[in-house]
Design a protein around this ligand. Structure first.
Ligand code: ATP
Length: 356
């Protein structure tokens, strides 16, 4: 019998080897309860794949993933890769190759975890494939170059297509929530670049008359996220602004371990990827907070459930949501970075126990 979903498991580097297996075991347990059949396909990637396959991104990875419904990508610690030909950063290749242009990053406060405010529940939708990121805003070469020894030029790419498609993804999310979308930009300075982004957002907004739009300049947003984050629901912004604001938002609710993410695009493939990096400083100690990775995977299951019309997946995501909240409510089943007393394994087991 064929499975409902075929999902890739790519551990990534450092704490990826701890938190990705945690996400898989929680999802497996939820799937058994709801009758969701998942065909899991572990694949090599990262530093360990360099040793075993001669590349951090072995040949054929994209082709194999393209046949799946989605995959979990653990954090990639590419900064620490040795400077050898096979050591490349797979992120931009995957995001571009699968056209994963929308990075959906929720921020939610849970009581007792050290959040700066209670009742924070917002989603930042970050454009993922253009903007200021020089590793992905051009098809060849880099979006940064140095014409003379004392001058560097960094190019920011904004397109109508890139802006309108991420806007559409954000409006769709806003429609399922409180029907409010905040555009974050700086068109006071980037009159053409941010100007185009804003224009496209309003153009797309005409298809979503039920969603109210407002705008906040990015520097004001940095301040307002600290002072009144509860006044926002869904936010859409360009790549670099989104990158910075999502880390800031994570800081509001307990740190990077609390920052999940889902990358989606025009195609059918979804990629679960936590906001945080590979945290080499705590790798191998068994203390990493698995929440972001587990929640990213849960978001993927939920998204695929709706996208493919699989009720067992929607139900699995729903029971995972409750179990995660229940484990987070108890210091004995949450990690130390979020005022808990246990480790990665203890928190994972706590969530699995709460599923039943
Ligand atoms: P990148 O640039 O790849 O996103 P980064 O520079 O933002 O990486 P991280 O690897 O995310 O850095 O780590 C930043 C800090 O947050 C480190 O002190 C790390 O230990 C901590 N951290 C990150 N993820 C987790 C986690 N899941 N659990 C606990 N601490 C974490």
């Amino acid at each position: 019998m064929t499975s409902h979903l075929v999902l890739g498991i790519l551990n990534g580097d450092d704490i990826g080897h701890e938190i990705v297996p945690a996400a898989v075991s929680v999802t497996k347990a939820a799937a058994v309860i709801t009758g969701l059949e998942i065909d899991w396909r572990p694949m090599p990637i990262g530093r360990s794949a360099l040793d075993t396959h001669g590349s951090t991104f072995p040949e054929g990875t994209m082709e194999t993933l393209a046949k799946m419904d989605g995959f979990i990508l653990g954090p990639i610690g590419h900064q620490a890769y040795p400077k050898v030909p096979g050591a490349i950063n797979p992120h931009p290749i995957m995001r571009k190759g699968f056209n994963l242009f929308a990075n959906v990053r929720p921020t939610k406060s849970f009581p007792g975890l050290g959040a700066i405010h209670e009742n924070i529940d917002l989603v930042i939708v970050r454009e993922n494939n253009e903007g200021f990121q020089p590793d992905r805003n051009v098809v060849a070469g880099s979006g940064e170059f140095r014409p003379t020894e004392e001058m560097t030029i960094s190019v920011r790419v904004i397109t109508r297509t890139g802006s309108s498609r991420v806007a559409k993804a954000a409006f769709e999310i806003a429609r399922q929530r409180k029907k409010r979308l905040t555009l974050v930009h700086k068109n006071t300075v980037f009159k053409l670049g941010c100007g185009m982004f804003v224009e496209e957002c309003y153009r797309v907004g005409k298809e979503f008359p039920d969603v109210t739009i407002d705008e906040v300049i990015v520097d004001t947003m940095a301040m307002r996220l600290i002072r009144d984050p509860q006044s926002f629901d869904v936010i859409v912004t360009t790549n670099m602004f989104g990158d910075i604001l999502t880390d800031e938002a994570a800081g509001l609710v307990g740190g990077l371990g609390m920052a999940p993410g889902l990358c989606i695009g025009e195609g059918n493939l979804a990629m679960a990827q936590a906001t945080h990096g590979s945290a080499p400083d705590i790798a191998g100690k068994g203390i990493a907070n698995p929440f972001a990775m587990i929640e990213s995977t849960r978001m993927m299951i939920e998204w695929l459930g709706h996208n493919r019309g699989i009720p067992q997946a929607i139900e699995a995501a729903a029971i995972m949501e409750k179990a995660i909240a229940s484990a987070l409510a108890n210091p004995a089943t949450r990690t130390r970075d979020i005022k808990g007393t246990t480790d990665t394994k203890g928190m994972t087991e706590g969530i699995i126990t709460a599923l039943h």
